[in-house]
Design a protein around this ligand. Structure first.
Ligand code: XMP
Length: 317
């Protein structure tokens, strides 16, 4: 019988055998899959796992600090790399969604490779690949971009002569979550919505700047916290905020404002391939809208996305 406990015991034994006295390098993102995979590897070989967590400047508000703290608590040997400024430099002037994605993916791989090189005698590359990733070779965005392209360091194993360690290769998402819970990974991390590798960069339409990131982080944080407070977070498959590249007129006290609009998105879905917009309660949306407009200077209008996929996609870019 498959149980999380049995899976963990068997997998740790298999990982010990596979890895032996060698070292494993792995990019960890704060997502469920990479966190569960890294925890399993760490239980098997301890600090021979070298995790790398990169702040690419387009994470959610406080995410870098929070995730690093959780990793420390879990006893993972993870190095945090603050590369925000490098990413902002690469994103400067770029407005095309695919160019933004590529710029982020390329820099991420460069940084990861640089860090991996510093670890003497590393021979394995850890990855949080799960069964649906294995079977889903077709991209949702067309030929150039696949889901998880950001963490798909596919070219690396060959180039760096690394062998893959993928302890979750045969599991579905719900099984990964059960294993994670059994491993003592906090509920917050286990029940996280999927978050795209290029992060807020594809939720800031047009050019990404540090100022826009800060603006969107504030609005998004209000939205996500409210979803959690009202027990709505778990009822949707994914939720997020999008910063639109238009400004519109508003009024505040007796002053005229001319500020940005944020779009809120929440969808129900099974696998992200199709999705329906979530019918969040009007009262809830009204409160979130008020909170954002009253507390985030620079945003004077909030709209709710009522488009389903297809033909709309979940992300706006
Ligand atoms: P779309 O927008 O195509 O998104 O309906 C479907 C799912 O894929 C995620 N997504 C990405 N994930 N890199 C990622 O790692 C990407 O470039 C990317 N684009 C979309 C999206 O968040 C949703 O869960």
């Amino acid at each position: 019988d498959w149980t999380p406990a049995h899976f963990i015991t068997d997998t740790i034994a298999a990982l010990k055998k596979q890895i032996g006295d060698n070292k494993v390098v792995m990019a960890i993102s704060g997502g469920v899959d990479s966190t569960v995979a890294a925890t399993l590897i760490s239980r098997a070989v301890g600090d021979k796992l070298h995790g790398i967590f990169v702040d690419n400047g387009v994470l959610r508000k406080d995410e870098y600090e929070t995730v690093l703290k959780t990793y420390k608590k879990l006893g993972l040997n993870v190095k945090g790399i603050d590369a925000k400024d490098d990413f902002y430099k690469k994103l400067k002037g770029k407005t095309d969604p695919e160019k933004k994605r590529k710029a982020i993916g390329k820099l991420f791989i460069e940084i990861f490779q640089q860090e991996a090189k510093k670890i003497k005698g590393v021979s394995f590359l850890g990855q949080g690949t799960i069964y649906p990733d294995v079977i889903e070779s077709v991209s949702v965005h067309g030929p150039s971009v696949t889901i998880k392209s950001h963490h798909n360091v596919g070219g690396l194993p060959k180039k760096m002569h690394l062998s893959l360690v993928e302890p979750l290769r045969n599991l579905f998402k719900d099984e990964v979550r059960k294993v994670g819970t059994e491993l003592g990974i906090p509920e917050d991390m286990i029940s996280r919505h999927p978050f795209p590798g290029p992060g807020l960069a594809i939720r800031i339409l047009g050019e990404v700047t540090e100022e826009k990131v800060k603006l969107l982080q504030k609005a998004d944080d209000i939205y996500v916290k409210a979803l959690k407070d009202h027990n709505l977070y778990a009822t949707v498959w994914q939720a997020g905020s999008i910063l639109l590249p238009v400004r519109s007129v508003g009024v505040m006290g007796d002053e005229r404002t001319y500020e940005f609009t944020v779009a809120l998105r929440a969808v129900t879905s099974v696998d992200g391939m199709t999705a329906d917009w979530a019918h969040l309660p009007y009262d809830f949306l009204a409160n979130v809208s008020n909170d954002i407009i009253n507390s985030v200077r620079g945003i004077n209008r909030v709209v709710y996305d009522i488009s389903s996929k297809p033909p709309a996609t979940i992300e706006w870019e």
